[in-house]
Design a protein around this ligand. Structure first.
Ligand code: C2E
Ligand code: CA
Ligand code: CA
Ligand code: CA
Length: 279
């Protein structure tokens, strides 16, 4: 089925709506994205709230399609999930992120963890653990400097299998983060049974801070719960000083967002890492 999804090209018909046509166009163009070197990674730094230094960075995929221009990941990743291309794209992201982090480590002497987003299909793929090991081995990046971001819904499927996969990943030595925390399933039982390291509070709870009392209560509760469970907390989408102050007061561990920096192309990230105060 994998090979089929990969090779089958779809054709337009007169009845297709414009949104369907766009999906078909993107799906077809995506097949050539890796080969044509149209994919790149941007890097968004995150800051530690005790000390204020850089705590790590997240690799975010960018696609500049030859004919269609820049296409947002929110548009093409769901399509890549459907047609199976996400497995090859995901492997490319893992390899590229590890290679880049290791290059910066060696050239600039900054040993910052790099976070990579995993898609559901990648997470459930039988070859995931091998794929992660391959990326680490090929790059030489120490496993503790790789973080994998998973979403709640990925963890909720088959608890036994998920536990096995997470244990295998932890055995390699990588760190595990739950992305978009609070937006998925409401079950929290997995938090105590799985070997996780980070919760990333979704931007939707951060955006109302500090005024919105409901958002404030939720963020406070998430931080308290995470700390009780021995997890560190990263707040996503931090855009203002007011949000930062609230999060600091609540003992959130790390922050990521436009207030600190937008996701940057590799050369700009490298310039940032080269500043004397980066360490
Ligand atoms: P995400 O993992 O939750 O990533 C955070 C998104 O929020 C990124 O959007 C980032 O650019 C944006 N962002 C960061 N700080 C702020 C802020 O302060 N304000 C606002 N308004 N936005 C902020 P982006 O890069 O468009 O990515 C969207 C989503 O696409 C990601 O959400 C992730 O789910 C997915 N994605 C991106 N790269 C990859 C990848 O390599 N693999 C997979 N499977 N998914 C990816
Ligand atoms: Ca993420
Ligand atoms: Ca997120
Ligand atoms: Ca998200």
């Amino acid at each position: 089925a994998k090979a089929e999804g990969r090779n089958r090209c779809q054709y337009f018909t007169a009845e297709m709506s414009s949104s369907t046509r766009r999906r078909v166009e993107i799906g077809n163009a995506l097949r050539y994205a890796i080969r044509n070197a149209e994919l790149s990674l941007h890097y968004q730094p995150r800051a530690s709230l005790d000390g204020g230094g850089m705590a790590g960075m997240e690799a975010l995929l960018r696609w500049d399609a030859r004919l269609l221009g820049r296409i947002a990941p929110s548009e093409f990743i769901p399509l890549a999930e459907q047609n199976g291309l996400i497995l090859r794209i995901g492997q490319w992201v893992l390899n590229q992120a590890c290679r880049q982090a290791q290059a910066w480590r060696q050239r600039l002497g900054v040993a910052l963890p790099i976070a990579v987003n995993l898609s559901a299909r990648q997470f459930h793929d039988a070859d995931l653990v091998r794929a992660v090991e391959a990326a680490l081995q090929a790059s030489g990046l120490p496993p503790r400097l790789l973080e994998l971001e998973l979403t709640e819904s990925m963890l909720m499927h088959d608890a036994k299998r998920t536990a096995r996969t997470l244990a295998a990943l932890k055995a390699i030595g990588v760190r595990l983060a739950v992305d978009d925390f609070g937006t998925g399933y409401s079950s929290l039982s997995y938090l105590k049974s799985f070997p996780l390291d980070y919760l990333k509070i979704d931007r939707s709870f951060v955006s109302g801070l500090p005024e919105d009392r409901n958002d404030g209560a939720i963020v406070r509760a998430i931080i308290a719960m995470a700390h009780t469970l021995g997890l560190k907390v990263i707040a996503e989408g931090v855009e203002t000083a007011g949000q930062l102050d609230f999060l600091r007061a609540q003992r959130c561990d790390e922050v990521q967002g436009y207030f600190f920096s937008r996701p940057l192309p590799a050369p700009e990230m490298e310039a940032w890492l080269s500043r004397p105060e980066a360490e």
